[in-house]
Design a protein around this ligand. Sequence first.
Ligand code: AMP
Length: 282
Amino acid sequence: MRVIRSVKSLQRLIQKAKARSQRIGFVPTMGALHDGHASLMRRCRQDNPLAVVSIFVNPKQFGPKEDFRKYPRMEEADRILAKKAGVDILFCPSENEMYPDDHLTYIDVEKITKPLCGRSRPGHFRGVATVVGKLLNMVMPDVLYLGQKDAQQALIIKRMIHDLNFPVQVKVCPIVRDADGLALSSRNRYLTEKQRREAVILYQSLREAKKRILEGERRAVKITGMIRSRVTRNISGRIDYVECVDAETLESLTRAGGKVMIALAVHFGKTRLIDNMIVNLR
Ligand code: AMP
């Protein structure tokens, strides 16, 4: 596995791969890698002769009061995990390499960036779209691997790729969970033992919501209300949002129908966790 830090060296390697007509798969990450990331890397490895992963904690997607400075950075452990997953190129650029002082250009996807996480994290998805757009131009992959864990992010990136004609295919991979159901996240390591025990309620209440929908409940207020009361009863955390939305447009639903996504975000102290579940009624 090659660890590359400059855009120039990366592009040299990419040009060589392109000259050999090697199919390139790409997994963008912010590091603090866990088995959710590894599942994307393994899939990328299986599908493509050249597997590229980036690790970059993107300052442009953090709000002024968010955890950019504190975000876990552990390059050594990440290198070991990526190597084990079969990654060929690990791209770890510095902040200055990605955003030299003269950077002025941003990618702004409209509408679907506004609900859910967009409401409490203004500017977040502009930062995400910009960095992924830049990385796609650097890596020029044939296939981009994203996680369903960040469902809104995956939809926004797909929309950007479609609207701006990036020549790349997107694969969205399933959420990898801990044994008790908590979705793996780099931020889980911030949780205290008590918060970690409580956090399982997110998955449990999503599962219960799915069950109720499959049993015939269609009223979104009933579904989200059930989740809200279960969550508030069981944890010391604070709910950011619980919503039933259309899984493709992210429009809020009053009645469950079609492909439904139940999505939530909950604060445990300073740690904000998100999760979601799809119920396909088509
Ligand atoms: P991050 O490092 O959090 O920016 O995540 C990098 C990629 O890994 C994104 O496409 C995430 O959706 C994906 N990812 C993160 N956690 C998980 C998980 N538990 N299961 C599947 N994919 C995940």
